[in-house]
Design a protein around this ligand. Structure first.
Ligand SMILES: *[C@@H]1O[C@H](CO)[C@@H](O)[C@H](O)[C@H]1NC(C)=O
Ligand SMILES: *[C@@H]1O[C@H](CO)[C@@H](O)[C@H](O)[C@H]1NC(C)=O
Ligand SMILES: *[C@@H]1O[C@H](CO)[C@@H](O)[C@H](O)[C@H]1NC(C)=O
Length: 402
Protein backbone atom coordinates (compact mmCIF):
# COMPACT_ATOMS: atom_id res chain seq x y z
CA UNK A 1 0.00 0.00 0.00
CA UNK A 2 2.80 2.37 0.73
CA UNK A 3 4.83 3.63 -2.16
CA UNK A 4 7.72 6.03 -2.26
CA UNK A 5 5.19 8.83 -2.47
CA UNK A 6 3.79 7.88 0.91
CA UNK A 7 7.03 7.50 2.83
CA UNK A 8 7.39 11.16 3.67
CA UNK A 9 3.80 11.18 4.87
CA UNK A 10 4.54 8.21 7.10
CA UNK A 11 7.65 9.85 8.50
CA UNK A 12 5.83 13.12 9.09
CA UNK A 13 3.05 11.31 10.87
CA UNK A 14 5.56 9.47 13.01
CA UNK A 15 7.16 12.79 13.90
CA UNK A 16 3.85 14.39 14.68
CA UNK A 17 2.66 11.48 16.87
CA UNK A 18 5.88 11.18 18.82
CA UNK A 19 5.71 12.44 22.40
CA UNK A 20 8.88 13.05 24.31
CA UNK A 21 9.53 10.11 26.61
CA UNK A 22 6.78 7.87 25.21
CA UNK A 23 6.96 4.79 23.02
CA UNK A 24 5.17 4.94 19.72
CA UNK A 25 3.89 2.34 17.32
CA UNK A 26 2.01 3.08 14.15
CA UNK A 27 1.03 0.76 11.33
CA UNK A 28 1.10 2.96 8.24
CA UNK A 29 0.23 0.07 5.95
CA UNK A 30 -3.07 -0.45 7.72
CA UNK A 31 -3.77 3.26 7.81
CA UNK A 32 -3.05 3.65 4.11
CA UNK A 33 -5.22 0.66 3.25
CA UNK A 34 -8.14 2.13 5.17
CA UNK A 35 -7.70 5.63 3.76
CA UNK A 36 -7.22 4.34 0.22
CA UNK A 37 -10.62 2.69 0.47
CA UNK A 38 -12.01 6.16 1.14
CA UNK A 39 -10.49 7.46 -2.10
CA UNK A 40 -12.77 5.07 -3.98
CA UNK A 41 -15.82 6.56 -2.26
CA UNK A 42 -14.94 10.23 -2.49
CA UNK A 43 -15.22 12.99 -5.06
CA UNK A 44 -14.03 16.48 -5.78
CA UNK A 45 -11.84 18.26 -3.25
CA UNK A 46 -12.21 15.44 -0.72
CA UNK A 47 -10.63 13.02 -3.16
CA UNK A 48 -8.01 15.51 -4.34
CA UNK A 49 -6.77 16.05 -0.80
CA UNK A 50 -6.56 12.33 -0.09
CA UNK A 51 -4.63 11.65 -3.29
CA UNK A 52 -2.31 14.57 -2.75
CA UNK A 53 -1.46 13.83 0.87
CA UNK A 54 -1.40 10.02 0.69
CA UNK A 55 0.21 9.55 -2.73
CA UNK A 56 1.42 13.00 -3.86
CA UNK A 57 -0.81 12.62 -6.89
CA UNK A 58 -3.20 14.87 -8.69
CA UNK A 59 -5.42 12.84 -10.99
CA UNK A 60 -8.31 13.47 -13.33
CA UNK A 61 -11.60 11.55 -13.05
CA UNK A 62 -10.47 9.22 -15.81
CA UNK A 63 -7.21 8.37 -14.10
CA UNK A 64 -8.73 7.41 -10.75
CA UNK A 65 -9.91 3.90 -11.54
CA UNK A 66 -6.62 2.82 -13.18
CA UNK A 67 -4.73 4.32 -10.26
CA UNK A 68 -6.84 2.47 -7.68
CA UNK A 69 -6.49 -0.71 -9.70
CA UNK A 70 -2.75 -0.31 -9.64
CA UNK A 71 -2.80 0.21 -5.86
CA UNK A 72 -5.03 -2.83 -5.51
CA UNK A 73 -2.71 -4.93 -7.65
CA UNK A 74 0.31 -3.95 -5.59
CA UNK A 75 -1.62 -4.66 -2.40
CA UNK A 76 -2.58 -8.15 -3.57
CA UNK A 77 0.98 -8.86 -4.68
CA UNK A 78 2.20 -7.79 -1.26
CA UNK A 79 -0.34 -10.01 0.50
CA UNK A 80 0.52 -12.91 -1.77
CA UNK A 81 4.26 -12.70 -1.23
CA UNK A 82 3.94 -12.53 2.56
CA UNK A 83 0.88 -14.67 3.09
CA UNK A 84 2.59 -17.01 5.53
CA UNK A 85 3.38 -14.23 7.99
CA UNK A 86 1.15 -11.27 7.17
CA UNK A 87 -2.56 -11.62 7.58
CA UNK A 88 -4.71 -8.63 6.69
CA UNK A 89 -8.45 -8.27 6.61
CA UNK A 90 -10.38 -5.26 5.45
CA UNK A 91 -13.87 -5.26 6.89
CA UNK A 92 -16.68 -2.91 5.97
CA UNK A 93 -19.77 -2.72 8.18
CA UNK A 94 -22.81 -0.90 6.80
CA UNK A 95 -25.80 0.26 8.73
CA UNK A 96 -28.68 -1.89 7.54
CA UNK A 97 -30.68 0.97 6.06
CA UNK A 98 -27.95 2.19 3.72
CA UNK A 99 -26.82 0.53 0.54
CA UNK A 100 -23.32 0.66 -0.87
CA UNK A 101 -22.96 2.13 -4.31
CA UNK A 102 -22.33 -0.78 -6.68
CA UNK A 103 -19.09 0.65 -8.08
CA UNK A 104 -17.74 1.46 -4.62
CA UNK A 105 -18.66 -2.02 -3.38
CA UNK A 106 -16.83 -3.53 -6.33
CA UNK A 107 -13.73 -1.43 -5.69
CA UNK A 108 -13.73 -2.55 -2.07
CA UNK A 109 -14.02 -6.23 -2.85
CA UNK A 110 -11.80 -6.38 -5.93
CA UNK A 111 -9.07 -3.94 -5.04
CA UNK A 112 -8.90 -4.28 -1.28
CA UNK A 113 -10.52 -7.69 -0.97
CA UNK A 114 -12.78 -6.22 1.66
CA UNK A 115 -15.59 -8.21 3.24
CA UNK A 116 -18.83 -6.34 3.70
CA UNK A 117 -21.55 -6.93 6.30
CA UNK A 118 -24.83 -5.16 6.97
CA UNK A 119 -25.58 -4.59 10.65
CA UNK A 120 -28.26 -2.94 12.73
CA UNK A 121 -26.70 0.09 14.44
CA UNK A 122 -29.92 1.04 16.26
CA UNK A 123 -29.14 1.53 19.97
CA UNK A 124 -31.52 -1.28 20.97
CA UNK A 125 -29.79 -3.71 18.65
CA UNK A 126 -26.28 -2.41 18.54
CA UNK A 127 -25.12 -4.85 21.22
CA UNK A 128 -25.26 -7.55 18.56
CA UNK A 129 -23.42 -5.39 16.04
CA UNK A 130 -20.71 -4.55 18.57
CA UNK A 131 -20.30 -8.26 19.32
CA UNK A 132 -20.04 -9.18 15.63
CA UNK A 133 -17.42 -6.50 14.93
CA UNK A 134 -15.30 -7.31 17.97
CA UNK A 135 -15.46 -11.03 17.22
CA UNK A 136 -14.30 -10.45 13.63
CA UNK A 137 -11.46 -8.24 14.79
CA UNK A 138 -10.43 -10.68 17.50
CA UNK A 139 -10.33 -13.48 14.96
CA UNK A 140 -8.33 -11.48 12.42
CA UNK A 141 -5.72 -10.47 15.00
CA UNK A 142 -5.28 -13.96 16.37
CA UNK A 143 -7.07 -13.05 19.59
CA UNK A 144 -4.66 -10.22 20.42
CA UNK A 145 -7.01 -7.28 20.01
CA UNK A 146 -10.33 -8.10 21.61
CA UNK A 147 -12.16 -4.82 21.44
CA UNK A 148 -12.17 -2.08 18.86
CA UNK A 149 -15.72 -0.83 19.39
CA UNK A 150 -17.60 -0.55 22.66
CA UNK A 151 -20.73 1.11 21.36
CA UNK A 152 -22.06 2.26 18.05
CA UNK A 153 -23.33 5.66 17.21
CA UNK A 154 -26.63 5.12 15.32
CA UNK A 155 -25.50 7.93 13.04
CA UNK A 156 -22.61 5.86 11.71
CA UNK A 157 -23.42 4.92 8.14
CA UNK A 158 -20.41 2.69 7.75
CA UNK A 159 -17.33 1.52 9.57
CA UNK A 160 -14.18 0.60 7.73
CA UNK A 161 -11.91 -1.61 9.76
CA UNK A 162 -8.54 -2.85 8.67
CA UNK A 163 -6.93 -5.56 10.77
CA UNK A 164 -3.41 -6.86 10.46
CA UNK A 165 -1.57 -9.64 12.19
CA UNK A 166 2.11 -10.24 11.49
CA UNK A 167 4.31 -12.92 12.98
CA UNK A 168 7.71 -14.00 11.78
CA UNK A 169 10.95 -15.28 13.26
CA UNK A 170 14.40 -13.81 12.75
CA UNK A 171 16.56 -15.37 10.06
CA UNK A 172 19.23 -15.31 12.77
CA UNK A 173 17.65 -15.77 16.17
CA UNK A 174 19.08 -14.54 19.43
CA UNK A 175 20.24 -17.16 21.87
CA UNK A 176 18.19 -17.09 25.02
CA UNK A 177 21.26 -17.91 27.12
CA UNK A 178 23.04 -14.72 26.04
CA UNK A 179 20.20 -12.46 27.16
CA UNK A 180 20.83 -10.60 30.38
CA UNK A 181 19.83 -7.56 32.39
CA UNK A 182 21.56 -4.37 31.25
CA UNK A 183 21.27 -0.60 31.49
CA UNK A 184 19.25 1.53 29.11
CA UNK A 185 19.59 5.32 29.21
CA UNK A 186 16.35 7.23 28.63
CA UNK A 187 16.11 10.20 26.28
CA UNK A 188 16.44 12.73 29.09
CA UNK A 189 20.07 11.63 29.09
CA UNK A 190 20.14 11.03 32.84
CA UNK A 191 17.73 8.28 33.85
CA UNK A 192 19.04 4.75 33.55
CA UNK A 193 16.75 1.73 33.67
CA UNK A 194 17.63 -1.94 33.83
CA UNK A 195 16.18 -3.95 30.98
CA UNK A 196 16.34 -7.43 29.50
CA UNK A 197 18.91 -7.20 26.71
CA UNK A 198 19.26 -9.71 23.89
CA UNK A 199 22.64 -10.18 22.32
CA UNK A 200 24.03 -11.53 19.09
CA UNK A 201 27.29 -11.31 17.20
CA UNK A 202 26.65 -11.96 13.56
CA UNK A 203 27.09 -10.70 10.02
CA UNK A 204 24.46 -8.06 9.29
CA UNK A 205 23.70 -5.38 6.75
CA UNK A 206 24.98 -2.46 8.71
CA UNK A 207 26.26 1.06 8.24
CA UNK A 208 27.14 4.21 10.09
CA UNK A 209 25.28 6.97 8.32
CA UNK A 210 27.21 10.17 8.90
CA UNK A 211 24.64 12.75 7.79
CA UNK A 212 22.35 11.86 10.66
CA UNK A 213 25.03 10.38 12.86
CA UNK A 214 23.19 7.09 13.24
CA UNK A 215 24.11 3.46 13.22
CA UNK A 216 21.75 1.44 11.07
CA UNK A 217 21.19 -2.31 10.99
CA UNK A 218 18.78 -4.65 9.29
CA UNK A 219 17.53 -7.76 11.05
CA UNK A 220 16.06 -9.96 8.35
CA UNK A 221 13.09 -12.22 8.94
CA UNK A 222 13.11 -15.84 7.96
CA UNK A 223 10.03 -16.06 5.76
CA UNK A 224 11.17 -13.75 3.03
CA UNK A 225 14.44 -12.01 2.41
CA UNK A 226 12.63 -8.79 1.62
CA UNK A 227 11.24 -8.45 5.13
CA UNK A 228 13.46 -7.03 7.81
CA UNK A 229 13.41 -4.84 10.86
CA UNK A 230 15.50 -1.72 10.31
CA UNK A 231 16.91 -0.19 13.46
CA UNK A 232 18.33 3.34 13.51
CA UNK A 233 20.31 4.24 16.59
CA UNK A 234 21.43 7.85 17.06
CA UNK A 235 24.76 8.41 18.74
CA UNK A 236 24.18 9.55 22.25
CA UNK A 237 25.46 13.08 21.76
CA UNK A 238 23.68 14.25 18.63
CA UNK A 239 20.81 16.23 20.13
CA UNK A 240 20.20 19.67 18.65
CA UNK A 241 21.02 22.48 20.95
CA UNK A 242 18.07 24.61 19.85
CA UNK A 243 18.39 27.00 22.69
CA UNK A 244 21.76 28.45 21.94
CA UNK A 245 23.90 28.76 25.00
CA UNK A 246 21.12 28.70 27.51
CA UNK A 247 22.12 25.71 29.61
CA UNK A 248 18.98 25.89 31.73
CA UNK A 249 16.90 24.70 28.78
CA UNK A 250 17.02 20.98 28.04
CA UNK A 251 18.68 19.96 24.78
CA UNK A 252 16.52 18.31 22.18
CA UNK A 253 17.08 14.60 22.69
CA UNK A 254 19.07 12.67 20.11
CA UNK A 255 16.02 10.60 19.22
CA UNK A 256 13.85 13.68 18.73
CA UNK A 257 16.49 15.19 16.48
CA UNK A 258 16.63 12.01 14.42
CA UNK A 259 12.86 11.78 14.09
CA UNK A 260 12.69 15.44 13.08
CA UNK A 261 15.37 15.12 10.42
CA UNK A 262 14.33 11.79 8.97
CA UNK A 263 12.88 11.87 5.47
CA UNK A 264 12.62 9.75 2.34
CA UNK A 265 15.99 10.95 1.03
CA UNK A 266 17.81 9.91 4.19
CA UNK A 267 15.99 6.60 4.40
CA UNK A 268 16.93 5.72 0.82
CA UNK A 269 20.51 6.84 1.39
CA UNK A 270 20.78 4.61 4.47
CA UNK A 271 19.45 1.59 2.60
CA UNK A 272 21.74 2.32 -0.37
CA UNK A 273 24.72 2.67 1.89
CA UNK A 274 23.94 -0.69 3.45
CA UNK A 275 23.84 -2.31 0.05
CA UNK A 276 27.08 -0.61 -0.97
CA UNK A 277 28.87 -1.69 2.21
CA UNK A 278 29.82 -5.34 2.56
CA UNK A 279 27.87 -6.95 5.37
CA UNK A 280 29.70 -6.58 8.63
CA UNK A 281 30.14 -8.55 11.76
CA UNK A 282 28.21 -6.70 14.45
CA UNK A 283 27.81 -7.31 18.13
CA UNK A 284 24.25 -6.32 18.60
CA UNK A 285 22.49 -5.70 21.89
CA UNK A 286 18.82 -5.07 21.57
CA UNK A 287 16.26 -4.91 24.35
CA UNK A 288 13.32 -7.22 24.27
CA UNK A 289 10.34 -4.95 23.96
CA UNK A 290 6.62 -4.70 23.72
CA UNK A 291 4.66 -1.62 22.70
CA UNK A 292 0.93 -1.05 22.68
CA UNK A 293 -0.20 2.24 21.19
CA UNK A 294 -3.64 3.65 20.65
CA UNK A 295 -3.98 6.71 18.44
CA UNK A 296 -7.29 8.44 18.93
CA UNK A 297 -6.40 11.81 17.51
CA UNK A 298 -5.29 10.87 14.01
CA UNK A 299 -7.78 13.28 12.44
CA UNK A 300 -5.96 16.24 13.96
CA UNK A 301 -2.65 15.01 12.53
CA UNK A 302 -4.15 14.43 9.09
CA UNK A 303 -5.63 17.93 9.13
CA UNK A 304 -2.19 19.35 9.73
CA UNK A 305 -0.87 17.32 6.81
CA UNK A 306 -3.56 18.68 4.48
CA UNK A 307 -6.48 16.21 4.57
CA UNK A 308 -9.30 18.47 5.72
CA UNK A 309 -12.56 18.39 3.84
CA UNK A 310 -13.31 14.70 4.48
CA UNK A 311 -13.60 15.45 8.22
CA UNK A 312 -15.90 18.41 7.70
CA UNK A 313 -19.65 17.82 7.81
CA UNK A 314 -20.30 20.53 5.26
CA UNK A 315 -17.40 20.05 2.88
CA UNK A 316 -16.94 16.28 2.72
CA UNK A 317 -17.93 14.69 -0.56
CA UNK A 318 -18.28 10.94 -0.07
CA UNK A 319 -21.11 10.77 -2.53
CA UNK A 320 -19.63 7.74 -4.34
CA UNK A 321 -20.14 5.46 -1.34
CA UNK A 322 -23.88 4.91 -1.09
CA UNK A 323 -26.87 4.71 -3.32
CA UNK A 324 -29.71 6.86 -2.12
CA UNK A 325 -32.31 4.29 -1.40
CA UNK A 326 -33.56 4.42 2.15
CA UNK A 327 -31.87 7.69 2.97
CA UNK A 328 -32.58 10.68 0.94
CA UNK A 329 -29.07 11.68 -0.08
CA UNK A 330 -27.32 11.22 3.27
CA UNK A 331 -24.51 13.67 3.87
CA UNK A 332 -21.48 11.63 4.85
CA UNK A 333 -18.23 12.61 6.52
CA UNK A 334 -15.47 10.85 8.45
CA UNK A 335 -15.89 11.40 12.17
CA UNK A 336 -13.07 9.25 13.54
CA UNK A 337 -9.86 7.57 12.50
CA UNK A 338 -8.41 5.42 15.26
CA UNK A 339 -5.56 2.99 15.26
CA UNK A 340 -4.57 0.45 17.90
CA UNK A 341 -1.25 -1.25 17.36
CA UNK A 342 0.91 -3.71 19.28
CA UNK A 343 4.32 -5.20 18.79
CA UNK A 344 6.36 -7.72 20.69
CA UNK A 345 10.01 -8.27 19.88
CA UNK A 346 11.97 -11.08 21.49
CA UNK A 347 14.76 -13.59 20.88
CA UNK A 348 12.73 -15.59 18.38
CA UNK A 349 11.22 -12.84 16.28
CA UNK A 350 8.39 -10.36 16.08
CA UNK A 351 4.67 -10.44 16.50
CA UNK A 352 2.70 -7.33 15.65
CA UNK A 353 -0.86 -6.34 15.00
CA UNK A 354 -2.84 -3.28 14.12
CA UNK A 355 -6.42 -2.27 13.77
CA UNK A 356 -7.46 0.88 11.98
CA UNK A 357 -11.02 2.03 12.36
CA UNK A 358 -12.56 4.71 10.16
CA UNK A 359 -16.09 5.79 11.03
CA UNK A 360 -18.22 7.36 8.34
CA UNK A 361 -21.12 9.23 9.82
CA UNK A 362 -24.12 10.90 8.34
CA UNK A 363 -25.84 13.74 10.00
CA UNK A 364 -29.15 12.15 10.76
CA UNK A 365 -30.91 14.10 13.41
CA UNK A 366 -32.44 11.63 15.85
CA UNK A 367 -35.31 13.97 16.69
CA UNK A 368 -36.44 14.31 13.12
CA UNK A 369 -39.11 11.78 12.16
CA UNK A 370 -40.23 11.52 8.58
CA UNK A 371 -43.93 11.87 8.10
CA UNK A 372 -46.06 10.11 5.53
CA UNK A 373 -49.81 10.40 5.86
CA UNK A 374 -51.61 8.54 3.12
CA UNK A 375 -54.67 10.72 3.01
CA UNK A 376 -54.93 10.82 -0.77
CA UNK A 377 -54.79 8.29 -3.59
CA UNK A 378 -51.57 6.32 -3.93
CA UNK A 379 -49.90 3.54 -5.82
CA UNK A 380 -48.67 0.38 -4.12
CA UNK A 381 -46.69 -2.72 -4.98
CA UNK A 382 -45.60 -5.86 -3.26
CA UNK A 383 -42.10 -6.58 -4.38
CA UNK A 384 -39.27 -9.00 -3.92
CA UNK A 385 -35.89 -7.39 -3.99
CA UNK A 386 -32.63 -8.87 -5.24
CA UNK A 387 -33.56 -10.00 -7.81
CA UNK A 388 -36.28 -7.45 -8.09
CA UNK A 389 -39.76 -8.80 -8.76
CA UNK A 390 -43.02 -6.91 -8.61
CA UNK A 391 -45.52 -9.42 -7.17
CA UNK A 392 -48.54 -7.16 -6.83
CA UNK A 393 -49.11 -3.65 -8.06
CA UNK A 394 -52.06 -1.36 -7.43
CA UNK A 395 -53.54 2.07 -6.92
CA UNK A 396 -55.85 3.09 -4.15
CA UNK A 397 -58.21 5.89 -5.05
CA UNK A 398 -60.96 5.43 -2.50
CA UNK A 399 -60.72 3.28 0.61
CA UNK A 400 -64.48 3.07 0.92
CA UNK A 401 -64.84 1.21 -2.37
CA UNK A 402 -63.95 -2.43 -2.40
C1 LIG B 1 -19.75 15.62 -4.97
O1 LIG B 1 -19.05 15.67 -6.18
C2 LIG B 1 -19.82 15.33 -7.32
C3 LIG B 1 -18.91 15.24 -8.53
O2 LIG B 1 -18.18 16.41 -8.72
C4 LIG B 1 -20.93 16.37 -7.50
O3 LIG B 1 -21.73 16.05 -8.60
C5 LIG B 1 -21.77 16.36 -6.22
O4 LIG B 1 -22.76 17.37 -6.29
C6 LIG B 1 -20.93 16.59 -4.99
N1 LIG B 1 -21.76 16.33 -3.82
C7 LIG B 1 -21.67 17.01 -2.69
C8 LIG B 1 -22.58 16.59 -1.61
O5 LIG B 1 -20.92 17.96 -2.58
C1 LIG C 1 -35.74 0.81 22.15
O1 LIG C 1 -35.74 0.61 23.54
C2 LIG C 1 -36.48 1.57 24.25
C3 LIG C 1 -36.30 1.35 25.73
O2 LIG C 1 -36.09 0.01 26.03
C4 LIG C 1 -37.95 1.46 23.83
O3 LIG C 1 -38.71 2.43 24.51
C5 LIG C 1 -38.05 1.69 22.32
O4 LIG C 1 -39.38 1.50 21.90
C6 LIG C 1 -37.13 0.73 21.59
N1 LIG C 1 -37.15 1.07 20.16
C7 LIG C 1 -37.18 0.18 19.21
C8 LIG C 1 -37.19 0.69 17.80
O5 LIG C 1 -37.19 -1.03 19.41
C1 LIG D 1 27.86 8.20 25.15
O1 LIG D 1 28.04 6.83 25.47
C2 LIG D 1 29.34 6.54 25.96
C3 LIG D 1 29.42 5.02 26.12
O2 LIG D 1 28.25 4.50 26.65
C4 LIG D 1 29.59 7.29 27.25
O3 LIG D 1 30.87 7.01 27.74
C5 LIG D 1 29.42 8.78 26.97
O4 LIG D 1 29.56 9.50 28.17
C6 LIG D 1 28.09 9.07 26.38
N1 LIG D 1 27.98 10.46 26.00
C7 LIG D 1 26.96 11.23 26.36
C8 LIG D 1 27.00 12.63 25.90
O5 LIG D 1 26.01 10.82 27.01
Amino acid sequence: MSSNDSIDLILNLTKSLHNFGSNLLLCPYSLLTALSMLIAGSRDKTREELLQVLYSKSLSDKEIVPFLEQIGRKHREFLESHKNVWHQASLVYCRNDVMLDALFARSLSQMFMAQTKQLDFHPNKSGDAVRVINQDVCKETNGRIEQIVSQLDPNFALLLIDAIHFKDIWAKQFEQSKSHMASFRLSDGRTIVETWMMQKTEIFNYCHYESLNVKAIQLPYQSNQKLAMLILLPSNDTGDDDNGDNDNQPKNSAIKTLVNRMNLGHLKAILDEMIATTPQKVELSLPRFKICSTHHQLIEHFRQLGIRSIFDQCQANLSAMLTNVANNNPKLYVSEVIQKAMIEVNEQGTEAMAITKVSVRNKRSAEFIEEMICDRPFMFMIIQSDPLNVLFSGILENPLLS
